[in-house]
Design a binder for this molecule. Sequence first.
Ligand SMILES: NC(=O)c1ccc[n+]([C@@H]2O[C@H](COP(=O)([O-])OP(=O)(O)OC[C@H]3O[C@@H](n4cnc5c(N)ncnc54)[C@H](OP(=O)(O)O)[C@@H]3O)[C@@H](O)[C@H]2O)c1
Length: 266
Amino acid sequence: MRRSLHGKRAILTGASGGIGQALARALVRAGVNVALASRNSEKLNTLAQELDNDKVSLIVIPCDITVAEDRQRLVDTTVERWGGIDLLINNAGIGSWGHFIDSTEEICRKVMEVNFFAPVELTRLAMPYLMSGEEPVVVNVASMCGRKAMPAWPEYSASKFALVGISEAWRAEFVRFGVDVITIIPGMTNSGFQDNWLRKEGKAKLDFAQGMSPDFVAVSVCEAIRKNRSEVVLGTEAKRLLRFNRYFPKLTDWLIARKIKKLYSE
Ligand SMILES: NC(=O)c1ccc[n+]([C@@H]2O[C@H](COP(=O)([O-])OP(=O)(O)OC[C@H]3O[C@@H](n4cnc5c(N)ncnc54)[C@H](OP(=O)(O)O)[C@@H]3O)[C@@H](O)[C@H]2O)c1
């Protein structure tokens, strides 16, 4: 199947962030009508002004996706304007970098709320409309930490593993309704993600400037939607790590443990 993006009605969460903004631009280029959602209304309005053209319709919906009333308003506003939803892109997310032993319940719950419960409950609300949408699809932006959990990313890895897990279950369940589910597994992306982490206490050297560009991720997501891929790993380093881990899981863990011992003995 090859899906056409033109004329589709999409909800995009995290539209004010690096990958989200790039995705909004790529979707608009492809002729998609986009409901832009995140908390920062100023950034959303600036983006909407930049993208405004007479070929697509845009809606700015400032909302906190962890708040039930906001999720309901996001879906209701979109449906009132366009009469339905064809694409739900669960992209909003938050990171926390540091070891579990120094972390808190609050951080753990916050990460799970934003990265797991919010997209899950938003999908629950959107499903009745997706089921009568045109070539409908749910896209969940997870992470390579959702396929290989990493030290200093305990809550984040758990939240993305949960998102990857529910995506797999949904993929099988939603065939009954003709709704496809696509999981995106990006590696490091130079998006500004690190500016919004709840903690920055990890010790390893992370250089996000060396990561993929958000534009590359955005174009790849659009391609995954067109080609109706089930799961797409993005980035050379993510592909290498996940492949190495698949064939040599013990060696991978041993190498990671060696690195942690070295970092924390210094
Ligand atoms: N960058 C990477 O290296 C990388 C790698 C793998 C996966 N990812 C995933 O890619 C997705 C996009 O991240 P990014 O790199 O673009 O990071 P980002 O620049 O920090 O963007 C995160 C987006 O999520 C939104 N958001 C956060 N909490 C929210 C909430 N409670 N309600 C509504 N919106 C909320 C933010 O908007 P507001 O602050 O305006 O609410 C922002 O638009 C995330 O799911 C992330 O986990 C990123």
